[in-house]
Design a protein around this ligand. Structure first.
Ligand code: CA
Ligand code: CA
Ligand code: CA
Ligand code: CA
Length: 415
């Protein structure tokens, strides 16, 4: 093909395309009508004559369906043998739309006023603030949790495994705790205190809810090492709040025992020195003091309150702070939800608030707040903020500094 032939071929193609373009740009609007006829008097050819096409010929009624230009309808109506012309219309299923039960905000989440800060904390914790939940594992594919489970590991009986089957929760306790901290803010189920925070599922308790101190130490160690298995990947001496590291900033322990080996305290002290905020359930024995590890000064011991702000008789005395822990609705394995009671349910409310505090602080200042001490009353540390912003409504023997307040704590952290 020479140059001239090529140009004329191109021109022909262009002409053909522009012609197609014109015809397609002006489609004739066609309508469907149901035409009732007097069969003895009607000849189908009139349909063609007015520019229509017969689409259906009924057998049980004297009628046909015709597709024709809208403008031709009036001509068809006047045709011989046509009794009636009716426009076709739309029908639809009569089942009522299936509505998911809307998301419920559990009373404890409302009580500590967590929803008030979700706008402030939105997007603040991305990739830096993680909460390690040391428990019976987590149902990691629960639709109200899945997106927040960043990593999981089992350390049961000293054997470390990151196979998801090893840390799945066959008890329900760990999944419930996880939901109070970080159930997703969507249109299903419940919502947690910190619905955007990322979670590490560290299984230190077996499916019967029982474990050993040696496994707890291993679980604390894994929370510090994180998924990459290294304490300080960039060697800058900073572990928590370091985007180059993956250590958990918060360790949540809804577990305890009546006494513990000193090596447990050593591991807890190590995590505390590195700047990890440790939170534990005070225990449910109605005892004078929290159980281990909550009783250690480095650990925030959390007691329970009910919907009337009362401390139940079983919540151990002398907590550092209290939080909702009676009839708490949260996530449960196999895509379900359940109400449970215990200081195990109270502790994750505080863990969630600490995650919110560290997330907004990091977002504003590029670092996290120091942990602080059990008697701190400044607003320069996590514990100081928790202490000074709690609802101080009763005897400290029962309430400690009071009922945790997410809204006031977050405001204090960024002011
Ligand atoms: Ca939800
Ligand atoms: Ca690491
Ligand atoms: Ca580092
Ligand atoms: Ca981290």
């Amino acid at each position: 093909m020479n140059g001239r032939e090529a140009i004329s071929t191109l021109l022909i193609v262009l002409v053909v395309f522009s012609y197609i373009g014109i015809t397609m740009a002006e489609p004739v609007e066609k309508v469907r009508v149901i035409v009732t006829i007097d069969k003895s008097n009607f000849n189908e050819r009139v349909v063609e004559k007015v520019g229509g096409q017969v689409k259906i010929r009924y057998k049980i009624i004297p009628a046909i369906v015709v597709e024709l230009p809208e403008s031709a309808v009036k001509h068809l109506e006047k045709a011989k043998g046509v009794v009636r012309v009716e426009y076709d219309g739309e029908i639809h299923i009569l089942g009522r739309p299936i509505t998911q039960p809307p998301q419920t905000i559990p009373w404890g989440i409302e009580r500590i006023k967590a929803p008030d800060v979700w706008q402030i904390t939105a997007g603040a914790s991305d990739g830096v603030i993680e909460v390690a939940i040391l428990d019976t594992g987590i149902d990691y594919d629960h639709p109200d949790l899945q997106d927040n489970i960043k990593w999981g590991i089992s350390v049961l009986r000293g054997r470390i495994s990151t196979n998801p089957r090893s840390y799945i929760d066959r008890n329900g306790h760990g999944t419930h705790v996880a939901g109070t901290i970080a159930a997703l803010n969507n249109d299903i189920g419940v919502v947690g205190v910190a619905p955007e925070v990322e979670i590490y599922a560290i299984k230190v308790l077996g499916n019967g809810g029982i474990g050993s101190w040696s496994d707890l130490i291993l679980g604390i160690e894994q929370a510090l090492l994180g998924p990459d298995g290294v304490l300080d990947a960039d060697g800058d001496g900073i572990i928590v709040g370091d985007p180059d590291d993956d250590a958990a900033e918060v360790i949540s322990m809804s577990l305890g025992g009546s006494s513990a080996p000193d090596s447990v305290h050593d591991a807890i002290s190590e995590a505390y020195q590195l700047g990890v905020v440790l939170i534990a359930a005070a225990g449910n024995e109605g005892a004078e003091y929290p159980s281990y590890p909550a009783v250690y000064l480095e650990v925030i011991a959390v007691g329970a309150t009910d919907i009337d702000d009362q401390v139940p008789s079983w919540s151990n005395r002398h907590p550092e702070i209290v939080a909702p822990g009676v009839d708490i609705l949260s996530t449960y394995p196999d895509n379900t939800y359940k109400e449970l009671s215990g200081t195990s349910m109270a502790a994750p409310h505080v863990s969630g608030v600490v995650a919110l505090i560290q997330a907004v602080y990091y977002n504003n200042y590029g670092t996290v707040l120091p942990v602080g001490t059990e008697d701190d009353l400044t607003t320069d540390t996590v514990r100081g903020i928790l202490h000074t912003t709690a609802d101080n409504i009763g005897d400290s023997i029962f309430y400690g500094y009071g009922i945790v307040r997410a809204d006031l704590a977050v405001q204090a952290a960024i002011s």
